[in-house]
Design a binder for this molecule. Structure first.
Ligand code: HEM
Length: 447
């Protein structure tokens, strides 16, 4: 068995002690994207620890769906545990199943329809606050929009206010260091270097603020609303009658804030950037929005009638998706012809998978029409998985796409966003391949 494992091809460029960590720090997206050249399963060394990267759609599907029972969440999730504790994205086994059941109703279609009103009202107010010729930092504006929307839909805005401020302050730091931390050898964690100090301080600050929000809500007796915080505080186990501890509630809140803001904000920012570079696509999209929505506010009923908007969002998330996800084997597993022992770290990159030239023709090109039904026909579901798949699939996928569709349709109908000369957005790797900075000028659509 170990002989076979030894023969898993190793990514080039590893160095003693650090392994491939430097390559991952310096150019994470380029490095992850290059791995498929070495094979379907490729060994990357994080310090002295081997990590087996699945580079094909088939193997990612084995890990997340077919053999999901033989995997738990791995090292990446251990490394962000100081921040999100054992929230839904991190928890395993029975705890995961229990909490997922608890939170699922908040993401049901009917609830999303209610959130859609909030999303629409907020983005309309945002679009109406702009003046012709104004310059905006799109990534910041979209970041604020997604945080505020999440706060209002999930936490009731007034209670969530301090949490929103804490997210604004701390998330940029956390996002900056997250991937570095996951890719670093463990011994670096203990060093009092800046990435460690800043990551720990930001995580600590987030947790403290959320703890205060929970305590205030419990004391004020406001825990009877239908929002996430109230549901978490009020829940009781059907068998034991026990509720969640304050730590469990806090972990779920931080997880949702973390998983549900940068992801959608990054997608929207890239969408405006790509549409400005592809005026022909933008023109078609505006015509679709004009016909379906016109001047009124976008509603939940409009969403399925805007297939062009969905294709643009799908294409954006294909190009700029989740960078790196990890799992750990809980038992011996056969993967891609190799036998991995229990405890092996396995990883995959949706960003890299969705740029595989075997799956996508001219993969770096922005071409939403590749998702037209006639062009997409006959392809396997496992080839496009921006929200993951299997039992750990994103709980917020419908929330995210509803929010992004409403925002895009509302803004595009009213404004043309054009890049401010002098800066080309670069993809920076954290949870997502998010843009570093997207300065744009807003021009009236009719002009
Ligand atoms: C463009 C937007 C988004 C993308 C691309 C995205 C992507 C993902 C992916 C790929 C996973 C699976 C991780 C894994 O397999 O290890 C995931 C899980 C998760 N996402 Fe999202 N997400 C987005 C938006 C959201 C939103 C808006 C929320 C909540 C409001 C959310 C909450 C979660 C949670 C709680 C999990 C963990 C689910 C579990 O393990 O049961 N996400 N997301």
């Amino acid at each position: 068995m170990s002989v076979e494992l030894q023969s898993v091809p190793r990514a080039p460029g590893g160095v003693p002690l650090l392994g491939h960590a430097l390559k991952l720090w310096r150019d994470p997206l380029g490095f992850l994207n290059s791995l498929r050249q070495n094979g379907e399963l490729v060994r990357v060394d994080l310090g002295t620890m081997p990590m087996y990267v699945a580079t094909s759609a088939r193997l990612v599907n084995e890990v997340t769906v077919k053999q999901a029972r033989s995997f738990e969440k791995g090292r990446l999730f251990d490394r962000v545990r100081p921040l999100v504790g054992n929230g839904l994205a991190n928890a395993g086994g029975e705890t995961h199943r229990k909490h997922r059941r608890l939170m699922q109703p908040l993401f049901h279609h009917q609830r999303i329809a209610g959130y859609a009103e909030t999303m629409s009202r907020r983005v309309l107010a945002l679009a109406e606050s702009w003046t012709p010729g104004q310059e905006i930092a799109v990534e910041q504006v979209m970041g604020e929009y997604t945080i505020e929307t999440l706060a209002e839909t999930m936490f009731s805005a007034d209670i969530g206010r301090p949490a929103v401020e804490a997210v604004r302050r701390n998330f940029p730091v956390i996002l900056k260091y997250m991937l570095i931390r996951a890719a670093s050898p463990r011994f670096l964690d203990r060093l009092p270097i800046r990435p460690n100090r800043e990551f720990d301080a930001a995580s600590e600050s987030m947790r403290r603020v959320i703890d205060e929000v929970i305590a205030t809500t419990r004391e004020s007796g406001q825990a009877d609303r239908p929002d996430l915080l109230s549901v978490l505080l009020a829940t009781r186990d059907a068998d034991t009658g026990e509720g969640l501890t304050d730590t469990e509630v806090r972990d779920e809140l931080v997880t949702i804030l973390f998983a549900g803001t940068e992801t959608t904000a990054s997608t929207l920012s890239w969408a405006f950037h790509e549409l400005a570079r592809h005026p022909d696509v933008e023109k078609q999209l505006v015509a679709e929005i004009d016909e379906v929505v016109g001047d009124r506010a976008v509603t939940i009923e409009d969403i399925p009638r805007l297939p062009g908007v969905k294709r643009v969002l799908d294409e954006v998330i294909r190009l700029y998706g989740v960078t790196l996800l990890m799992r750990r084997t809980t038992t011996e597993v056969d993967l891609g012809g190799y036998t991995l022992p229990a405890g092996a770290e396995v990883a995959f990159s949706l960003y890299a998978l969705h740029r595989d030239p075997d799956l996508y023709e001219d993969p770096d090109r922005f071409d939403p029409d590749r998702f037209l039904p006639e062009r997409w026909a006959g392809r396997g579901r496992e080839e496009f998985v921006p929200f993951g798949s299997g039992n750990r699939k994103c709980i917020g996928d419908a929330f995210a796409w509803t929010e992004a569709t409403i925002a895009l349709a509302t803004i595009l109908r009213r404004w043309k966003l054009r890049p401010v000369p002098g800066h080309t957005p670069r993809a920076a790797a954290s949870a997502m391949a998010h843009p570093d900075h997207v300065p744009m000028t807003v021009l009236p659509r009719d002009a």
